[in-house]
Design a protein around this ligand. Structure first.
Ligand code: ADP
Ligand code: MG
Length: 517
């Protein structure tokens, strides 16, 4: 719909579609410069002043303060993409923005937004079909390439081969939810390793606890290991010296009982999600028990799963059957700080990856890149199919959708054409971000694609023009592309159908306390 002009005030009155288009375009512009191997990083600063450097579309949108409801809907595209495919978030947002921008041209030509939205859905359905024609079956080499491609442009690039190999190894040896990733700065990326077993980013509570425990029997305790009503007990008359002494003694006795109950279960390792009283820790140390406090919930869960133990929320009833086990628990030192390493757990499959990088910021960024790589490799393995990268599938689809458009009747035909053109934004942005002329690059790529054998040609980011992506090992799981198209289409179609943005009420619902009309 065209923007109306309020004659009296001479102000542009924007329709909801205009606003949606503008917001989508702005978000797309925000992330577009990060696309591809030469994409720029964004430095984001959060409310507490913490700096995040990233070129990950989802991460950027997550860290950006977005208040407009449409912006939140569009951010969903990146979230869905991230959840399903671990990659392609920037692409999905860029395509959404371009679909909305093309819709603007169509609505100016008086094509009704619902027609545009229908045409987009038609085009996407056809695209999904076409995509399968250029997909190829995966093998190990292609999977390594998938991992490397997913990491291009991130700080992980320097050690892509090492990280790609680790990603492939771990995915082949276990499932995604059995992989735990530990990040440590002050090291080289090339020193990153995968180990069979669990690494936990914690250390023993006191120095006199053992450094290793063979045949570890691990109590997993989710509550504080201390006296429950400590605060109330403190309110005794402190004027009386003997009373204080008695109080301290009785408290120690009770704490000793707690320690004894835990040790009596057969535990020689105590991992606590909360705090451990120092006196209890002292007893543990005397008895050669390894204890550690403030263990992350996710680690407690991994240990419980791998060690086949049960996390307990009451110390009283703890028994041998609750204990997780491992052949060996040891404390190792990596990058100046210790880590707990657990190996030989009854349930195999737990794998840890220790990622190293020079600084905190780089190790975090590498963590995100590696996360993507592992996820993407698993996605590629699941579907068993990959396509070329560098924008090649989008060029192939664009060409064939233009042909398909002529078979579509009604004004939807224009929308299918617009959809086809919109897809060229990916190779164009890849070219632009690599310092190439996007138009010249598109022209030579279209030429290459005019030959059926040219379908895997994408942007040669090093030399300009086009290059065969499959031959250069730049590949992506088919799902990354199909999901990006699917979610961009769904959201664009949905936004185009909206003709009113109504703020919903917040606060109590009808029938709830405090509700008033
Ligand atoms: P996204 O969040 O969409 O994954 P990226 O910044 O990771 O964004 O860029 C991904 C795009 O970059 C994909 O289209 C991918 O094929 C392309 N790409 C990656 N490496 C290369 C390369 N060496 N040459 C050309 N294109 C590449
Ligand atoms: Mg990517």
């Amino acid at each position: 719909m065209t923007s109306a002009v309020d004659a009296k005030q001479g102000v542009q009155v924007m329709t909801p579609q205009d606003i949606n288009i503008q917001v989508a375009k702005q978000l797309a512009d925000l992330v577009r410069s990060t696309l591809g191997p030469y994409g720029m990083d964004k430095e984001m600063v959060d409310a507490s002043g913490e700096v995040v450097i990233t070129n990950d579309g989802a991460a950027i949108l997550k860290e950006t303060k977005l208040n407009h409801p449409t912006a939140k809907i569009i951010t969903e595209v990146a979230r869905t993409q991230e959840e399903n495919c671990y990659d392609g978030t920037t692409s999905s947002i860029v395509i959404t923005g371009e679909l909305m921008d093309k819709a603007k041209d169509l609505t100016k030509k008086k094509v009704h937004p619902t027609r545009v939205s229908k045409g987009y859905v038609l085009a996407n359905n056809k695209a999904q079909e076409l995509l399968h024609d250029i997909a190829i079956d995966v093998d190990d080499d292609l999977l390594l390439s998938v991992a490397s491609t997913a990491m291009t442009g991130k700080s992980a690039e320097a050690a892509q081969d090492v990280l790609a190999q680790i990603a492939l190894d771990v995915i082949k040896s276990t499932t995604l939810d059995n992989i735990n990733i530990i990040k440590r700065p002050n090291g080289k990326v090339g020193d990153s390793v995968a180990i069979a077993g669990l690494l936990i980013d914690r250390e023993k509570m006191t120095h006199d606890m053992p450094n290793e425990v063979k045949d570890a029997k691990i109590a997993l305790i989710s509550v504080d290991i201390t006296l429950p009503e400590f605060a109330q007990q403190l309110q005794i008359q402190v004027s009386d010296n003997t009373a204080v002494q008695e109080f301290i003694e009785s408290r120690k006795l009770q704490l000793k009982e707690i320690a004894d109950v835990i040790i009596a279960s057969g535990a020689n390792v105590v991992l606590c999600k909360r705090d451990i009283d120092p006196f209890v820790a002292e007893i543990f140390a005397q008895k050669g028990v390894y204890a550690c406090r403030r263990v992350a919930m996710s680690d407690m869960e991994s240990i419980s799963r791998a060690g086949e133990g049960r996390m307990v929320s009451s110390i009283d009833g703890i028994k041998e059957a609750d204990l997780a086990t491992a052949e060996l628990l040891e404390e190792i030192t990596v990058g100046e700080r210790p880590l707990i390493k657990l190996t030989g757990t009854p349930s195999k499959g737990a794998v840890s990856v220790l990622l190293r990088a020079p600084t905190h910021t780089t190790v975090e960024e590498i963590g995100r890149a590696f996360d993507d790589a592992v996820g993407v490799v698993s996605v590629a393995l699941d579907s068993g199919k990959v396509v070329g990268g560098g924008g090649s599938p989008y060029l192939y689809l664009s060409k064939h959708l233009k042909d398909f458009a002529s078979t579509v009747s009604g004004r939807e035909q224009l929308a299918v054409e617009a959809f086809a053109q919109a897809l060229e934004i990916i190779p164009a942005a890849l070219a632009e971000n690599s310092g190439l002329d996007p138009l010249d690059t598109l022209i030579s790529l279209r030429q290459l694609h005019s030959d059926a054998a040219g379908h895997s040609f994408g942007v040669d980011v090093e030399n300009g023009g086009g290059v065969n992506m499959l031959e250069n090992g730049i590949v992506e799981p088919i799902n990354v592309v199909s999901q990006a198209l699917d979610s961009a289409t769904t959201i664009a179609a949905q936004l185009l159908r909206i003709d009113n943005i109504i703020e919903m009420r917040t606060g109590p619902e009808i029938g709830e306390d405090g509700f008033n009309y």
